[in-house]
Design a binder for this molecule. Structure first.
Ligand code: OSB
Ligand code: MG
Length: 371
């Protein structure tokens, strides 16, 4: 039983170690909303709202998520009693959309519940693989040489799979150069919706590179044209942006819109929804892997926990803190083994200590809703 008492939002700004560029833009500094929930017994849990600084990836962005979480969602959960964290999604269900804002609150409740029970979150979620395989997502660079150098660093660090961001001006020739240097690595491209079916010849031409998958080539809300494209190309399509619910996953599977799903907690609305999408995909034999949203250590810790579920069978975009931050807000920072793996911690909840003093120092604004 959880008696939810308060929801606190804290916005912090964290500069990235290296800018991150996708087909929709470049980010130098993250504006991150952290969520702290408490219950009537004084237990606490932490979550992160993983939207970006602009509505380029999703329609949610920092300021829209802040006001939605504060004015709409927090009042729906504080002062409410639920049987378990799995019921928190239902408290907020009346509000449509805003899944990343919901996820920040919902995942915090899962952390709180696992801490109260004294069990690691990954086990509480039903995880089975304590050690997960890791890949990296490398943005568009200023030069191909810079990209090759970044790939070299990550391959040498042990990462199991390299994803590079692509766009119509950074695709065929760039991938060709990467393949010339790194012939046998597991390589994939992520277009973040930069193409349409008019580009089919260009997309077909990527088949020669033996990519592990091509992520989200077509528009962010499409699963119909992706099915047409998948019928024409050999490279497996991985869906990211359009899969926001278990129902979306079912429909994409039925349509043949792709062969793999990048599953993000924020995009689907939290752990309970991720568990449901994982279930739909696992029953259908569709592999999933955990995507990333340049999270701070708190969102990263949640990604590690959910990645331990049985259906997450491919290396995710879950990588070491030091690739993003000079100093993370959790202790210890997330580290990756020389084999390219992360082992989920044994401590209760997310299993990392939240550096509250550091967060207070970084806080730009705070809002607390008490039931
Ligand atoms: O499309 O997967 C994406 C980051 C921000 C927005 C969208 C995406 C990404 C990434 C980065 O690829 C993954 C990470 O390293 O966190
Ligand atoms: Mg993506």
């Amino acid at each position: 039983m959880l008696n939810l008492r308060s929801v606190e939002l804290i916005e912090i700004h964290l500069p990235l170690v290296h800018f991150f560029e996708t087909s929709f833009g470049r980010t130098y500094e993250r504006r991150i909303i952290l969520v702290r929930v408490t219950d009537a017994d004084g237990a606490e849990g932490w979550g992160e709202i993983t939207c970006g600084e602009s509505p380029g990836y999703s329609d949610e962005w920092t300021d829209s998520a802040w006001v939605t979480a504060e004015k709409i969602l927090a009042p729906m959960v504080v002062g409410r009693e639920v049987g378990s964290a799995a019921d928190v999604w239902g408290l907020m269900k009346w509000a449509r959309g805003h899944r990343m804002a919901k996820s920040g609150i919902e995942t915090a409740c899962w952390d709180l519940e696992a801490k109260k029970l004294g069990v690691p979150l990954w086990r509480h979620l039903g995880g089975v693989n304590q050690t997960i395989e890791c890949g990296v997502s490398i943005g568009i660079q200023d030069s191909v040489e810079q990209l090759l150098e970044k790939i070299r660093v990550e391959v040498e660090a042990g990462y199991k799979r390299i994803k590079i961001k692509i766009s119509p001006t950074w695709d065929h020739d760039v991938i060709k150069a990467v393949r010339a240097e790194f012939g046998d690595i597991l390589l994939m491209g992520d277009a973040n919706s930069a193409y349409t079916l008019d580009d089919i010849d260009k997309l077909k031409s990527l088949d020669e590179f033996n990519l592990m998958m091509l992520e989200q080539p077509l528009p962010y809300d499409d699963i119909v044209d992706h099915a047409k494209l998948q019928a024409e190309i050999n490279t497996p399509i991985c869906l990211d942006e359009p899969i926001k619910s278990p129902e979306d996953a079912r429909k994409a599977i039925e349509l043949g819109s792709g062969k793999i799903i990048n599953l993000k907690n924020g995009r689907v609305g939290g752990h309970t929804q991720s568990k449901m999408v994982e279930q739909v995909c696992r029953s259908a034999g569709m592999p999933v892997w955990c995507g990333g949203m340049l999270e701070s250590g708190i969102g990263r810790a949640h990604n590690i926990a959910i990645s331990t579920l049985a259906g997450y069978t491919m290396p995710g975009d879950v990588s070491a803190s030091k690739r993003y931050w000079h100093e993370d807000i959790i202790e210890p920072a997330v580290e990756v083994s020389p084999e390219g793996t992360i082992t989920a911690p044994e401590g209760p909840g997310i299993g990392f200590e939240v550096r509250r003093d550091e967060i207070e120092k970084l806080a730009i604004r705070q809002a607390k809703t008490v039931g």
